[in-house]
Write a protein that binds this ligand. Sequence first.
Ligand SMILES: N[C@@H](CCC(=O)N[C@@H](CS)C(=O)NCC(=O)O)C(=O)O
Length: 246
Amino acid sequence: MSKTNFYVVTSPTNFQELLSADLSRVSVINFWAPWAEPCKQMNEVIKELSKKYQQILFLQVEAEEQADIAESFDIQAVPTFIILRGHDLLDRVEGADAAALTKSVQKHTTGSPYKPQSQTDKAPAPAPTTVPSSLQDGDFKKPETEAQLNERLRGLMNQSKVVLFMKGSPQEPRCGFSRKIVGLLKDKGVEYKHFDILTDESVRQGLKKLNDWPTFPQLIIKGELVGGLDIVQEMAENGELKEALA
Ligand SMILES: N[C@@H](CCC(=O)N[C@@H](CS)C(=O)NCC(=O)O)C(=O)O
């Protein structure tokens, strides 16, 4: 019988041992969470890939249970896939993108020359120094200024009485903190609009600055930030959430 190439990682030591057993081998690390719907589909994709690509090591890492490992790869949401050769980073696929993951696995299995990509040189190729002619005649979209971004953010924060800036959606949260606040708001019967900050990096970074709050979720009531999960949990317990919503 062939040796297995599919493991559930149980600790950082176990992770290191599995990776170090053969440093020339390509590994696909699946950071997932049991409550995340997209992870369920992607776990099936991973199982299929592991059958097809016996030479690749597939490691299942439950992101919240193995927080140290997740942190070492700067995992911001689930699912996220890290592709390594030994300890060298080859690729990173964010979200339930089966096509991108399959393409990456194919790319790193075929006989292409081994080109390790270190954590520091993973930045995309630099943008061309000249603007392509197709973009020179007025259809070149100028980057948003900070003032324009802040105006857009204020618009988003005021789109409804209650707005939740979160990772993923209420139906498919992609971070445990976002999942918990969605549960809390549901329990309390709070109606709200949401914005998935993983879809817009300018909103993600801009809101941190505008609201002087470094993390998500961010709950906005009547256009003002009230806080993240911890604060909202506290407010729900001491009755302040009900007051703020009145
Ligand atoms: N204790 C925080 C936890 C939130 C948190 O740590 N969020 C992190 C991980 S989801 C975050 O948003 N990091 C910044 C980012 O991903 O841009 C709360 O009460 O909301």
